[in-house]
Design a protein. Structure first.
Length: 209
C-alpha cells in the first residue's frame, strides 16, 4: 500500500511490528554490541558491524532484502574472524539502515511503539540524499524540527495524507532522529542474538556425554 493511499484520518492508523521484520534484529545487535549477518536465498547478504555503527551489503535489491519477514532470512552472529573481513572497508551508517528498513516496511503504516497522538520532536536532520523519501518529507521534518507537533495535527496542518506521516515518523523513530516528547519512551529489554557457534559447541558436548 502506497503511503498516499492510506487514510487521511490520522486517528485510526494501521500498525506494523518491528518484531516481524529485521528492525528488532538490528536493534538487538546494536544494543548488545554484536556483529551479525543477514543471509537470504536470492537477495544477497548484509553484515551489521555494531562497534563501528556501519553495515555492508552485496544485495542486488536492498529494499527487497530489508522488507523480508524473518522467516525468509537467516540472522547469525559473526565470529571475530568473519567480522575482521570488514576492518579495512568503509561501510554505510547504521542510521541509514534503520531508516530504510522502517521506511520500506511501513508502506503507510505506523510502527508499533509509536502513537498517532505522539508530539514529535526531530532532534537530527537526516541526509535525505542517501535515503528514500516521500513527496512532502521536507515540510514534515521542518515542522517537527522547528515546532514539535502531534502527527494528527501535523497531518491536518500540512494537508499531508496520514500514511505519509506514519511512514516518515516510523523511519525517523527507527533511525533515532525523532522522539515523542509527550510520554516516556517504551524501552523493552533486547536480548542478544544467540551465537550458533557456541550453541553447536554446547550441543556437541552434551551429545558426547
Amino acid at each position: 500500500m502506497d503511503s498516499r493511499a492510506a487514510s487521511t484520518n490520522a486517528g485510526i492508523p494501521e500498525f506494523f511490528s518491528p518484531d516481524d521484520c529485521l528492525i528488532t534484529s538490528f536493534r538487538r545487535a546494536l544494543a548488545n554490541k554484536q556483529n551479525i549477518r543477514v543471509s537470504t536465498e536470492s537477495l544477497g547478504n548484509l553484515a551489521l558491524i555494531s562497534a563501528r555503527g556501519e553495515y555492508f551489503s552485496d544485495s542486488p535489491d536492498l529494499p527487497g532484502l530489508l522488507q523480508l519477514p524473518l522467516s525468509k532470512c537467516r540472522v547469525s552472529v559473526l565470529s571475530e574472524g568473519d567480522s575482521g573481513v570488514y576492518e579495512d572497508r568503509v561501510g554505510r551508517n547504521v542510521d541509514e539502515l534503520m531508516w530504510q528498513t522502517a521506511f520500506y516496511v511501513s508502506k503507510g503504516r505506523l510502527m508499533e511503539g509509536c502513537h498517532w497522538n505522539d508530539v514529535v520532536q526531530l532532534d537530527y536532520w537526516p541526509n535525505l540524499t542517501r535515503l528514500p523519501a516521500t513527496p512532502d518529507i521536507f515540510r514534515i521534518l521542518a515542522l517537527f524540527y522547528k515546532h514539535p507537533t502531534s502527527i494528527f495535527f501535523a497531518s491536518r496542518l500540512l494537508k499531508v495524507p496520514a500514511g505519509e506521516m506514519y511512514q516518515v515518523y516510523s523511519a525517523a523513530r527507527a533511525a533515532g532522529f525523532a522522539r515523542a516528547i509527550n510520554r516516556k519512551p517504551e524501552e523493552p529489554r533486547l536480548e542478544p542474538h544467540r551465537s550458533q557457534t557456541l550453541l553447536s559447541s554446547l550441543l556437541s558436548k552434551l551429545a558426547g556425554r
